[in-house]
Design a protein around this ligand. Structure first.
Ligand code: HSE
Length: 299
């Protein structure tokens, strides 16, 4: 077995009105460095991960083992060193990245020959919706729709000329909690208004009309109005970022992180100014990652 590494970006789902169907990959990464071993070992090298994980209880191992079994293979043992700058339970797709990592680990160790579309279907079956796993696999801004386990369509938008700024508070919010506050149904008039906003947001992005895209991001009616109360400094961050030139600021995934979209090469400046206003936050510029899941072999 050759040594290899697997890299998966963090992701930010929803982007306002693209609830459960759109997401972007951003420049924070989960990396697995894999080498031969006669038994399973996981090591963590990340401030966000507990120091001494047990291999057989590891979520990435669980996923990899499940995939191997699904394809009637035995997962050969390996030593896996995990590095990550994706915080957990903050709305940056940490679980989607881990699912994609487990699938790719099984793909490499068992030589499964999975296509990207296979990986998307498998990852969605674990995550329940494709919005985070699609950009984790393909990079960029991806729109996806799932009709059944075996039927998912997606489109990756042409590369966007944008930076993002992410605002990570020092509190966690579980997706399950953040989904509990959402309504089960919408009236026809609310659904029509919400999907009109989403349609316009996506078309504006395709036309590189970022002013309009940002405006529509901030007008979401599917989830932001219900979740705003769960997100620390929701109104403050939106208003201050707008004053400083952001096109739009939204909840990242299910929160509690927020994310601003800003003119290319302006992210660092906006992050610096916003960090000064937000104590107890990790505010940083994140670039859009256009590569997604990536495997490289050593020697
Ligand atoms: N679309 C999901 C949500 C993202 O907003 O709940 C988190 O998995």
């Amino acid at each position: 077995m050759r040594k290899f590494s697997i890299t998966i970006p963090a992701t930010s789902a929803n982007n306002g009105p693209g609830f459960d169907s759109t997401g972007i990959a951003v420049s924070r990464y989960l990396e697995l460095h894999v080498e031969p071993s006669n038994h399973w070992v996981f090591e963590h090298d990340s401030p966000y991960l507990e120091p001494n994980p047990q291999a057989e209880k590891h979520y990435i191992y669980f996923i990899a083992n499940k995939i191997a079994k699904q394809y009637d293979k035995d997962l050969p043992p390996a030593k896996v060193i995990v590095t990550s700058d994706i915080p957990l339970a903050r709305g940056l797709g940490s679980s989607a990245s881990a699912v994609v990592a487990g699938i790719e680990l099984a793909n490499q160790l068992c030589d499964l020959g999975l296509t990207d579309r296979d990986k998307l279907k498998l990852a969605t079956s674990f995550e329940g919706h494709p919005d985070n796993v699609a950009p984790a696999i393909f990079g960029g801004f991806v729109i996806s729709a799932q009709f059944s386990n075996d039927d998912i369509d997606y489109i990756k938008l042409p590369k966007l000329e944008l930076d993002t700024v992410i605002y990570i508070p020092n509190v966690e919010l579980k997706t399950s909690e953040s989904r509990k506050v959402l309504p089960d149904s919408f009236s026809r008039s609310d659904a029509t208004a919400a999907s009109g906003i989403s349609n316009l947001m996506l078309t504006a992005l395709m036309e590189k009309n970022y002013e309009l895209a940002g405006k529509m991001m901030e007008r979401d009616l599917f989830h932001e109005p219900y979740r705003a109360k769960l997100i620390p400094n929701y109104d403050f961050i939106k208003a201050e970022a707008k004053k400083l030139g952001a096109y739009g600021t939204v909840i990242s995934g299910a929160g509690p992180t927020m994310i601003s979209f800003v003119e290319k090469n302006k992210g660092t400046e906006l992050a610096k100014a916003m960090q000064a206003k937000l104590e107890n936050y990790d505010v940083s510029n994140a670039l859009l990652d256009d590569t997604g899941l990536c495997v490289s072999f050593m020697d």
